[in-house]
Design a protein around this ligand. Structure first.
Ligand SMILES: C[S@@+](CC[C@H](N)C(=O)[O-])C[C@H]1O[C@@H](n2cnc3c(N)ncnc32)[C@H](O)[C@@H]1O
Length: 315
């Protein structure tokens, strides 16, 4: 049976966006969907908020094609652009849009990318070692696995996969070169992880995640995108981020917290106006998905939701 793609945390996302996108009369609003993917969140926003326009970005040309088709019925209220989210400012400049009312990020890979057999994201399918979200990009998993030094591979697996056996797996990868398919990588992981130490889930899950993050430079792209998103929000605008990886969530938490705390030196009797917080955190800590949602949408299991409102321009 075909599994329908269900956008993660959709009711909560719409609730967080309502105060900025539900406007009276015909007062137009703009949301950037920084990761439009299959257009699930974008379509729901366009449906729910009749005055909203969506600028959808995705680095994956296949996602851009799918979202363009899905959002076609909304005519000129939806524009889908092939771009990375760290190119948000350029895209908005090209569209002559200065400020936006909302920015949404739904990070990570899409179900379409995982399900597409040739793209190499899934450890459960035999595929070439690709893992590029942007099929025009140069760096592939093949290159990472077959050319990185053993210590660099171990660092990638440890940092991005939190893999305890990073060093052993890296040694196996190097010893088995050249690796050509996802099966070769699974075999290297299985040889590197002692059977007795296997935790819940597939032993290759963390390694595949780590290599994917490296191939796509995911953390660097997010680090460059968050300040752009915050700058482009109008005062009163909202940012909503769904993360699935602890390093992403940490980056989001720090970026939002920096704006939500005053920046005056400790001990000043009065906080100068330009040192006061310019963001207000809407979510307390991070929110998780409900058990009911996780039961029908396993991808929601690891989501962390954070949202903030911009109070004024940062000084
Ligand atoms: C989880 S999916 C989004 C699903 C979408 N919210 C929906 O409802 O259909 C994440 C998408 O973000 C895209 N993506 C990942 N990193 C990106 C980046 N740096 N810039 C733009 N898009 C990116 C991926 O290609 C993928 O299509």
């Amino acid at each position: 049976m075909e599994q329908r793609h269900v956008p993660v945390a959709l009711p909560r996302v719409l609730e967080l966006l309502t105060p900025v996108l539900l406007t009276p009369g015909d007062q137009e609003t703009v949301m950037v969907d920084a990761t439009t993917g299959l257009g699930g969140h974008s379509a729901a926003v366009l449906q729910r908020f009749p005055n909203a326009q969506v600028v959808g970005l995705d680095r994956d040309p296949q996602a851009v094609a799918a979202a363009t088709e899905r959002l076609g019925g909304f005519k000129d209220r939806a524009r889908v652009v092939h771009a990375r989210y760290d190119q948000m400012s350029e895209v908005l400049d090209d569209l002559h849009i200065d400020r936006v009312d909302a920015v949404l990020f739904d990070l990570g890979v899409s179900s379409m990318q995982i399900d597409e057999p040739d793209r190499g994201f899934a450890y459960s399918r035999t595929a070439p070692l690709d893992m590029r979200m942007d099929t025009d990009a140069e760096l592939t998993a093949d290159e990472v696995l077959n050319t990185y030094s053993q210590s660099d591979l171990a660092r990638v697996l440890w940092e991005y996969g939190e893999e305890r056996f990073a060093r052993r797996i890296a040694r196996e990868i190097v010893a088995r070169r050249p690796l050509r398919t996802s099966d070769d990588l699974v075999a290297a992981v299985e040889a590197g992880v002692p059977a007795a130490a296997r935790r819940k889930g597939h032993p290759a899950k963390r390694t595949f995640q780590a290599i994917r993050i490296e191939v796509n430079g995911e953390l660097a792209s997010l680090a460059a995108a968050l300040p752009q998103a915050l700058r482009r929000l109008r005062p009163g605008g909202r940012i909503v981020v769904l993360s699935y990886h602890s390093l992403e969530d940490k980056m989001v938490k720090q970026a939002l917290r920096r704006g939500a705390e005053h920046s005056a030196p400790a001990g000043l009797p009065v906080i100068p106006a330009d040192s006061r917080p310019w963001l207000r955190l809407i979510t307390r800590g991070s929110e998780v998905a409900s058990e009911q949602e996780i039961a029908v949408n396993p991808r929601a299991r690891s989501v962390r939701i954070r949202a903030a409102e911009k109070l004024r321009e940062a000084s």
